[in-house]
Write a protein that binds this ligand. Structure first.
Ligand code: BMA
Length: 313
């Protein structure tokens, strides 16, 4: 057999784990879920659910083992609220959840589909049943955002991805009150030319805090003659100066391969917005949208990802 690239993630054999058929009310598709291990050790996925208008809302699914027997909220968990937040007129999408010990709350950062394009919005919750909505925190065109779980040098820190006409890089901005953001710093640039992550990158799930730094799984979007290809790569950032990139892998580590990733509403997409870490502190369950149609699961290991990055030049 020919030598193969090492695989850092193993797909769950019964993927996809959630589809529109599982939903207790009519939906078109379910994908790009945020994930969180709850204090009672159930896994909560806050899924992006798209209806037949093409608008998205968020809906929670809970499971004891994070794999099957999902209990799905009988009604949408978080609906767009354009009466109070006009920026949510065309739906809310792609949440990322961070537990913030200082606030004793979860911060949900999501995409609001505004009249001017995607923007970044924030909601806080303790229980995923009641929400304090804070509205837009980054105006369009901006998305792929997540909050770091603690202050950096006294300020909250948000990773996000503003878009210009030629490129989309990852930035980090800072705030004292979670509402007003500034002191923007460029965190990581999309590469150029033939690279798998040329021209457009974005944060995928929230960064993973490790002793070596913030481990970031990001997506790179390659434009091809037959459309966009969404793949995942790895980078490591300094714990106290998170805009400082310590390591960046050259190769992608995960890309569309299985039929449910290759074919769907948008072909060739793997798009994780969340993970859980098992009790061993190392095993990572990565939850991802497959082809903008279903939710799938892949398992990896934080130490293997760090080792792999350590071997990169
Ligand atoms: C990105 C986001 C994701 C989506 C992906 C592929 O720009 O909008 O929600 O999964 O495109 O369509």
């Amino acid at each position: 057999m020919n030598p193969q690239y090492p695989e850092l993630f193993q797909r769950y054999k019964n993927n996809p784990i959630l589809t529109a058929n599982d939903w207790p009310y009519p939906i078109h598709s379910v994908f790009n879920p945020a994930a969180m291990l709850q204090p009672d050790s159930t896994t909560l996925l806050l899924c992006r659910v798209e209806d037949r208008r093409g608008h998205s809302h968020l809906c929670a699914a809970r499971s004891n083992n994070g794999v099957d027997n999902w209990q799905i909220d009988p009604q949408p968990t978080l609906l767009p609220n354009p009466d109070h937040f006009p920026e949510e007129i065309w739906g809310i999408e792609d949440p990322r959840i961070t537990y913030v010990p200082e606030l004793e709350q979860y911060a949900i950062v999501y995409t609001a589909f505004t009249r001017d394009g995607p923007g970044v919005a924030l909601a806080l919750t303790k229980d995923f049943r009641h929400f304090e909505r804070c509205g837009l925190i980054m105006s369009s065109d901006d998305k792929d955002a997540a909050l770091l779980p603690r202050r950096i040098d006294g300020s909250w820190a948000l990773i996000h991805r503003p878009v210009s006409s030629t490129h989309a890089h990852m930035w980090i901005s800072f705030s004292d009150d979670l509402r007003h953001w500034g002191s923007d710093k460029l965190m990581m640039k999309a590469r150029r030319g033939a690279w798998w992550d040329a021209n457009k990158i974005g944060l995928s799930p929230p960064p993973i805090e490790t002793s070596q730094g913030w481990l970031v799984i990001y997506h790179g979007v390659r434009q091809t003659a037959s459309g966009s290809l969404y793949r995942l790569g790895l980078a490591l950032f300094d714990l106290e100066s998170p805009e400082r990139c310590l390591k960046r892998g050259d190769e992608w580590i995960f890309g569309p391969q299985e039929p449910y990733e290759l074919y769907g509403d948008v072909n060739n997409v793997v798009f994780p917005c969340g993970y859980t870490i098992a009790a061993d502190g190392d095993t990572l369950h990565l939850y991802y949208g497959a082809a903008d149609s279903t939710v799938a699961l892949a398992t990896g290991s934080i130490s293997s990802m760090l080792n792999w990055l350590g071997q990169q030049k």
